[in-house]
Design a protein around this ligand. Structure first.
Ligand code: UDP
Ligand code: MG
Length: 324
């Protein structure tokens, strides 16, 4: 990898925040201190994702005491993926780093990320070494999810990698150029490619509050990821259709031979009823899967914006500054 200039890059930090009023007064100064140790040119874009606990006011207050802070207030809750997209769209730094607003992403990793970037990496992402916050079955399902989406796929999505990552401005530009509405960020990072380095890390505890991601939202995100990065479910439908048709044919032949050669009466109701119910089930399932894809196509063709920024407060990095 060709090494980069050792001059400190200007840094944008994108921080999605949903009901983080209690965390931000601790997290923001801590993160800013860590960033300013790396470069004098820093902006911290805090994206208020339609919080209901006065997060925006807390950020406004922080903007007054910390000139590097910028508030992007979205018009409602659009979800973490959209909030990140909103931040990336306004990022002006030579590099952009995405961090959670709850203090779970250790700032100790930032100097290492900078070092890898200077050594030539375009994207440095943090990989969780443990998932103490999730229980056995959940971890198992997540494992299966990655096995399925990555199966025979050209784009390999690394498991246990989150949004905590450091990206060169070229990567940010590539992400911003992606037109899709269904944003499964973990997949998009992998999709754009570039020279990537993984760094292991141990997530810290949330400063306060609880995670917003539960079974329901995990499932939702998993489905979104599966549908936008894989057509494997569609192929499974085709294959199971073929197999079922083949075995039904064999079974049919066997019944005919049994009657003609064995001279048996055609046995009755139970087999037919089971078969009809089973195949209706398979058909409904297939139609449902198909409908999931169609629904997503519908979302895409509506071409609604991913998010709406209600207000921007703060200067941030100089828009005319010419990135080296
Ligand atoms: N978040 C957001 N919009 C949402 C939900 C979460 O911007 O609708 C932010 C949240 O404020 C935090 C980050 O996304 O900064 C990660 O959320 P959380 O800590 O709940 O998830 P976890 O760390 O458990 O993955
Ligand atoms: Mg968190």
């Amino acid at each position: 990898m060709p090494a980069r200039d050792t001059a400190p890059p200007s840094i944008t930090c994108v921080m999605p925040a949903y009901n983080e009023a209690a965390n931000l007064p601790h997290v923001v100064p801590h993160v800013l201190e860590a960033l300013l140790a790396l470069s004098p040119q820093v902006e911290l874009l805090i994206v208020d994702d339609g919080s209901r606990d006065g997060t925006a006011d807390v950020v406004r207050e922080l903007c007054r005491s910390h000139p590097q802070c910028v508030l992007l207030e979205l018009s409602r809750n659009f979800g973490k993926e959209a909030a990140i997209s909103a931040g990336l769209e306004q990022a002006r730094g030579d590099v952009t780093v995405i961090m959670d607003a709850d203090g779970q992403h250790p700032t100790d990793l930032l100097p290492d990320m900078l070092r890898h970037w200077q050594a030539g990496a375009d994207m440095v992402y943090a990989v969780r070494t443990s998932r103490d916050d999730q229980r056995g079955l959940h971890i198992g399902l997540i494992g299966w999810f990655y096995r399925l989406v990555n199966w025979r796929s050209r784009v390999q999505i690394p498991p246990n990698a989150g949004d905590f990552r450091w990206m060169d401005r070229t990567v940010v530009a590539a992400l911003n150029a992606l037109p899709e509405r269904n944003r499964f960020m973990k997949g998009l990072y992998a999709w754009v490619g570039y020279r990537t380095v993984a760094l292991p890390y141990q997530p810290l505890d949330r400063h306060s509050g609880v995670t917003r991601f539960n079974w329901h939202s995990s499932l939702q995100l998993g489905l979104a990821g599966m549908m936008s990065f894989s057509t494997l479910p569609l192929r499974l439908m085709t294959v199971s259709g073929l197999l079922l048709a083949f075995f039904s044919l064999l079974y049919g032949l066997w019944i005919v031979l049994d009657v003609l050669i064995g001279g048996k009466d055609v046995p009755g109701f139970a087999t037919i009823a089971t078969a009809v119910m089973f195949f209706s089930g398979v058909q409904l399932l297939s139609i449902g899967l198909l409908a999931e894809y169609v629904g997503r196509i519908y979302d895409e063709v509506k071409r609604r914006p991913l998010f709406i920024v209600r207000e921007r407060v703060g200067q941030g990095l100089d828009p005319d500054h010419d990135p080296a």
